[in-house]
Design a protein around this ligand. Structure first.
Ligand code: ARG
Length: 590
């Protein structure tokens, strides 16, 4: 449903060619092409693995081939005329090794340089996607889990935007619920004048964690306060002006904290918190009840789904609405009002059963079908401190995310300065400050994205800021070095593609060029699994292949200078597009 049939990229086009061979050699069977990178690079670039399966399907039929190798030979003979395949060979029981034409690879890259990287964006059937990510909770700590959601969700959004999908980036913040009763009540009781007009006094919301902790303590320990806090919820929900005002002030204070993170990370997300759906809850529950999708059970309104021990509770027995009620209203709104054809929700893995049930319930209600939309819950694992436990500051407190990001930046500023002093380069504080921010925030993002999102990872400044290995710091330096080659040549490398072509002569050139052409595949694979690590691996391999090319192939001053400069430029273009998707700003000079 995500990828359109008109595939671009080597793998997609080769797949189409082999698919055609399958249907023309064996018109009576339907079989989907199986194409993958060749297991052993010296035998080919890709391999087609259909012969064995086809053999099984054809067995017993009249004139059926005698062995899978015969099937493979028939496929090769049936290949339509094309300029991609330069050589095929058989291996094992019937694998077809495919070598891609080098002149074709060279031309492909030249075309991309002329026409722009957007021509290499995979085509998707999806037109409009809602991405629900970040989504911290008001007056509670925004923790590293929310940071992960922010980083992963932003990258997914950027990938879709690169593919031409219209995105609706939603911050489903927890800005409604019973916790506001105790917060507001506590605020009211701590002020001599009650909640009455505050003249803009903000001290009681300036430290929300503190307010939250104090209120929670009273709520847990003091029965009478608990009762007053519950009454406060009712007053708030019935629209009491003073209580609403207090609620808004708490939200505004939280928003400021969240925004500080988004600003540093360069993340754009539209706030549409739980309160937004509040006016829709009653009708949503009523509709589901009336249509028999939901039923009353022990006073609560529940949706029972097969395979789940506990039902989805969309209205509690005391009449209150909760997390699931809001998510039912949200999915309906996203499907019918937002008209999204892909809904993606990025949260910690612990919420997977909740979303399975929400999606299941939406299907049961008939709101969601495969024709209407695709839905994906994107779970992720934990971020741990270096000791393998929850990350804390040296004093043992939970880390504040802003401080974490500031430290990453400070360390980078320090490292860059030290390097410059070592090499006797000029130290321009503003430049280093800017580069340090790019590097520090980029490093935090990259360290997160490079792990498959479902694995837990350890947050380590030393690792993520290392100049060696698969880190943003290494890659940013690599990109700056690569960009420097073009500058040193004194030529307008970006314009060179209009007048010159690439000619691949050295095996290291071929290797690099082929990898460059696999960029669309990396994007496809990342979208398939919604796993940004697929793209970081591709990016890291690209820089490795570039290094090994650059060691063996002289660029400036060589006979092949123009062709190789184009290959250098193509590497830089792809690197920059990867950075863009990962939300990292490229540095041209450090
Ligand atoms: N606020 C929730 C949390 O902190 C995440 C919300 C995710 N989105 C949603 N539609 N429920 O875990």
């Amino acid at each position: 449903m995500t990828l359109s049939n008109s595939q671009i990229g080597l793998r997609g086009e080769l797949g189409a060619i082999f698919q055609q061979a399958i249907s023309s050699a064996f018109p009576d069977v339907t079989e989907t092409v199986l194409l993958m990178p060749c297991g052993q690079a010296r035998f080919g670039d890709y391999q087609c693995n259909n012969a064995m399966g086809l053999f099984g399907k054809l067995k017993g039929k009249e004139g059926a081939p005698k062995a899978p190798r015969d099937v493979a030979n028939a496929l090769i003979a049936a290949l339509p005329a094309n300029e991609l395949v330069s050589e095929t060979s058989l291996a094992g029981p019937g694998f077809i090794n495919i070598k891609v034409s080098r002149p074709h690879v060279a031309k492909r890259i030249g075309d991309m340089l002329k026409e722009g990287i957007s021509t290499w964006a995979p085509k998707l059937t999806c037109k409009r996607a809602v991405i629900d990510f970040s989504s911290p909770n008001v007056a509670k700590e925004m923790h590293v889990g929310h940071l992960r959601s922010t980083i992963i969700g932003d990258t997914i959004s950027r990938t879709l935007e690169f593919c031409g999908v219209e995105t609706v980036r939603l911050n489903h913040i927890g800005d409604w619920g019973t916790q506001f009763g105790m917060l507001i009540q506590n605020m009211a009781e701590l002020r001599p004048e009650g909640l009455g007009d505050d003249g803009g006094r903000d001290e009681d919301v300036s430290d929300l964690m503190q307010l939250y902790r104090a209120s929670k303590k009273r709520f847990d320990e003091d029965e009478a306060f608990k009762t007053r806090a519950r009454e406060a919820v009712t007053r708030l929900q019935s629209g009491d002006e003073l209580y609403l005002k207090a609620w808004k002030r708490i939200c505004a204070a939280s928003r400021k904290e969240f925004q500080a993170i988004y600003d540093r990370l360069g993340v754009v997300v539209t706030e549409r918190g739980e309160s937004f759906y509040n006016p829709m809850l009653r009708d949503t529950v009523e509709e589901l009840l009336e249509r028999g999708i939901a039923e009353r059970s022990d006073g609560a309104v529940c949706i029972f789904l097969e395979g789940y021990k506990v039902p989805l509770i969309i209205q509690k027995s005391d009449g209150g609405f909760g997390y699931a009620s809001t998510d039912m209203a949200a999915i309906k709104h996203r499907l019918f009002t937002e008209k999204a054809d892909w809904i993606i929700v990025v949260t910690d893995a612990g919420q997977a059963p909740h979303f399975e049930q929400i999606f299941g319930a939406a299907r049961k209600a008939g709101w969601l079908t495969d024709d209407i939309a695709k839905v994906s819950h994107v779970p992720f694992g934990l971020v741990l401190g270096e000791d393998g436990k929850r990350i804390k500051t040296r004093s043992g407190d939970l880390v504040r995310l802003v401080e974490l990001l500031d430290e990453a930046k400070a360390r980078c500023v320090e490292n860059i300065t030290a390097r410059k002093l070592e090499t006797n380069e000029e130290v321009i504080p503003e430049e280093i400050e800017a580069a340090g921010a790019i590097m520090g925030y980029g490093a935090v993002k990259y360290a997160d994205l490079k792990n498959h999102r479902t694995t837990d990872y350890k947050f380590s400044f030393d690792q993520m800021l290392s100049l060696q290995g698969n880190t943003a710091v290494y890659l940013l330096y690599a990109h700056a070095r690569i960009s420097g080659i073009g500058r040193k040549s004194g030529k307008d490398v970006a314009a060179l593609a209009a007048t010159h072509t690439i000619n691949l002569t050295h095996p290291k050139e071929e290797d690099l060029a082929l990898h460059i052409c696999k960029f669309p595949e990396a994007i496809e694979d990342m979208l398939e699994d919604l796993a940004p690590s697929k793209l970081t691996s591709f990016l890291y391999d690209l820089s490795e292949k570039f290094n090994s090319f650059y060691v063996d192939c002289k660029v400036i001053g060589s006979e092949e200078e123009d062709s190789r400069l184009l290959l250098v430029e193509a590497t830089a273009v792809i690197m920059r597009q990867c950075f863009e998707i990962l939300g990292i700003t490229p540095l041209y000079k450090i």
